[in-house]
Ligand binder design. Structure first.
Ligand SMILES: Cc1cc2nc3c(=O)[nH]c(=O)nc-3n(C[C@H](O)[C@H](O)[C@H](O)COP(=O)(O)OP(=O)(O)OC[C@H]3O[C@@H](n4cnc5c(N)ncnc54)[C@H](O)[C@@H]3O)c2cc1C
Length: 370
């Protein structure tokens, strides 16, 4: 049973709120212009133990609370992507139980000393993960890696990249995960939103990687990736409804203060009803996503519900950020208004971590409809 109490976690909420107000909000516009967040931010988050949540301490409920609070206190989904890339880069390492890899990569990331990325997507294979081509050929104590990865979050800054490589037969049975530290080239990509989160294309040209950097067993990579997708999708669903909540809060404030035709915008019934409709969509999404997150946290098999949760939250978010820009009028189109950023940032949520159509297809298959 989901109760308010489960997600209350007052102390954590207050800690994250204070951190966001002090360390993120005053600098976010500058980081958006810089195209990345500074390394010191990772250290500051680590000092408060925020980067270890879900690994060294805490659970998925704490991660949900963290994500909600950062975004609703004035952060953004882009900021989350940049600062918490370890959330997708190290879980496979953590779960492999390999102490050497944990010591060399996961723990330094949790301490904010190293930045990690996850590289699965390639120019020729995104949704279709089983089709990746980047090759890793064993040569003594090394793998020799050649190929290309793209759209890699924090790929410009990464000290290590947990990389999906082909070590075996074509299809999902021949994929492994290998941690790669250097020897590859990077190209920074410009994009629509998430400007404070650097995104890169990576080229591997016969890069020699120590075989001891293999995560888990050879050719088990596909299952490792799919298992972690559950948490990534929940996180993106939370980012979606939290972004929508923030956009609604800003819009309520705006419509209370903005006067047209001699009265505040909010005094028009069409506006107040639109705001109520936005609040309803957000609440439905939040309640459902939180319920599914609690089930994932208990270790239940709910792949179908995770698909529903991500799609429902993304749809709610798309509608709300669009309405938020509309109700801000011309100011909603200006870079200086926060809703403009959320509108651009939100667009990726229905593409990354499994596109909406792919979520629906997966749910249809699980339900026996396809
Ligand atoms: C800002 C950003 C950050 C990212 N970060 C990372 C990262 O850190 N690591 C990483 O590995 N990847 C990352 N990605 C890649 C992301 O996961 C992929 O873009 C996503 O999985 C979709 O793959 P694709 O772009 O190749 O689209 P495609 O697979 O080519 O699909 C294109 C579109 O076709 C539709 N579609 C696809 N398959 C089907 C189907 N079966 N049925 C119906 N419709 C379908 C969907 O609308 C989809 O959006 C990132 C992407 C972006 C934009």
């Amino acid at each position: 049973m989901i109760t308010k109490d489960l997600y209350e976690r007052k102390e954590l909420r207050q800690l994250v709120r204070d951190f966001t107000h002090k360390e993120i909000v005053p600098h976010l516009d500058q980081w958006e212009r810089d195209g990345e967040v500074p390394r010191e931010l990772h250290k500051k988050a680590a000092e408060l133990d925020l980067l270890g949540i879900g690994f060294e301490h805490g659970d998925l409920i704490d991660s949900v609370v963290l994500t909600e609070e950062i975004i609703q206190s004035g952060g953004s989904s882009g900021l989350m992507a940049a600062l918490f890339t370890l959330g997708i880069a190290i879980p496979h390492i953590w779960q492999s139980g390999n102490e050497d890899l944990k010591e060399r990569f996961a723990r330094p990331a949790i301490r904010g000393e190293k930045i990690g990325s996850l590289a699965v997507t390639e120019p020729g294979a995104g949704s279709d993960v089983a089709n990746i081509r980047t090759k890793a050929v064993r040569d003594g104590d090394f793998y020799v890696v050649s190929g290309e990865k793209t759209f890699i979050t924090s790929g410009c800054r990464a000290d290590f990249v947990t990389t999906a490589v082909r070590t075996g037969e074509p299809g999902y049975k021949g994929i492994s995960l290998l941690v790669i530290e250097d020897g590859f080239t990077r190209r920074k990509l410009d994009k629509m939103g998430w400007h404070c989160s650097d995104t890169a294309e990576l080229h591997f040209d016969d890069v020699r990687v120590p075989a001891k950097n293999l995560v888990g067993e050879e050719n088990q990579g596909f299952a490792q990736i799919m298992r972690q997708f559950q948490v990534e999708r929940i996180t993106m669903a939370v980012e979606a409804y939290a972004t929508a909540q923030r956009a609604l809060d800003l819009t309520v404030n705006w419509t209370r203060n903005r006067e047209t035709f001699g009265r505040p915008l909010i005094r028009n019934q069409v506006v107040s009803h639109r705001l109520a409709g936005m609040a309803q969509r957000i609440d439905l999404a939040r309640t459902y996503v939180r319920e599914v997150a609690a089930r994932v946290n208990r270790g239940e098999d709910c792949v179908t519900e995770v698909c529903f949760a991500k799609n429902a939250a993304v749809e709610a978010c798309s509608e709300v950020v669009d309405a938020a820009v509309q109700l801000h009028g011309g100011m909603g189109y200006m870079r200086e208004s926060e809703v403009e950023r959320h509108y651009r940032d939100a667009r990726i949520l229905g593409i990354g971590g499994g596109a909406s159509e792919v979520m629906t297809e997966l749910a249809a298959r699980r339900l026996g409809f396809a």
